[in-house]
Ligand binder design. Structure first.
Ligand code: FE
Length: 229
């Protein structure tokens, strides 16, 4: 059995958000799909460890912001690799509060759904929430980001809490390079590419990055990086 076969399944990239009292939180998910059209329903699989899970269970509502291909890794890193227990993820972000009272991310969002939870299924590490769409809107004609595009073009990884996470085996006999990998999110710093979004020119060795440089995806400091071997 080759478990990597499941990576052939197609997905999109979404920010799933919810609320608890006056608190807001959101996270990245790829595991969302439509179930029925009448009434319009969708299902989403959310890790029980995530704060968004707690909020959805409490408020029985969630929103889905559908990300465009142009969504930067920093946006995905912000919602996907940080915890709302440590920071207010909506502080300084562009969003609106929907009719459910849950937030809708408006950065690189091509459309959104607002859902009320009809039922949920306990599937061990995750809960599948089935939501009835109570409001939705298209915001842009830009192309949606697929999960495959995120992996192949953006170089994105899955956090360990993602339903689609698969532990990577290190290939044998790889050449020593000066690429450095973030231990938190899996982002690889390539000296050839640099980090132009943070003002780091292509050709900058990892060792020459300023001490206050942080992972462009998850915000981890340089000390969280390990040389790729
Ligand atoms: Fe990182």
């Amino acid at each position: 059995m080759n478990i990597k076969t499941v990576q052939k399944i197609c997905y999109g990239m979404y920010v799933i958000s919810s609320k608890k009292g006056g608190q807001l939180n959101g996270q990245i998910a790829n595991t969302l799909f439509q179930i029925t059209s009448d009434p319009p329903t969708v299902a989403v699989s959310i890790n029980k460890q995530n704060l968004t899970h707690e909020y959805i269970q409490e408020s029985k509502v969630f929103t889905d912001s559908i990300l465009s291909k142009e969504a930067p890794m920093t946006l995905i890193g912000h919602f996907g690799f940080k915890s709302g227990r440590e920071l207010d993820k909506f502080k300084d972000r562009t969003y609106k509060i929907g009719i459910t009272g849950a937030p809708i991310v408006l950065e690189n969002t091509i459309g959104y759904l607002e859902c009320e939870v009809l039922s949920s299924t306990d599937v061990g590490t995750h809960t599948i929430f089935i939501g009835k769409i109570v409001d939705c809107e298209i915001l842009s004609d830009a192309e949606p980001m697929t999960y495959a595009y995120y992996h192949q073009v953006k170089g994105g990884k899955s956090p360990k809490t993602a339903p689609t996470y698969i532990k990577e085996e290190k290939p044998q006999g790889t050449v020593v390079s000066s690429k450095y990998k973030c231990n938190v999110c899996g982002y690889v710093y390539s000296p050839e590419e640099g980090d132009p979004a943070s003002g780091i020119k292509p050709g900058t060795p990892f060792e020459d990055l300023p001490d206050d440089w942080v992972c462009p995806v998850c915000g981890a400091p340089k000390s969280e990086f390990a040389k790729e071997e």
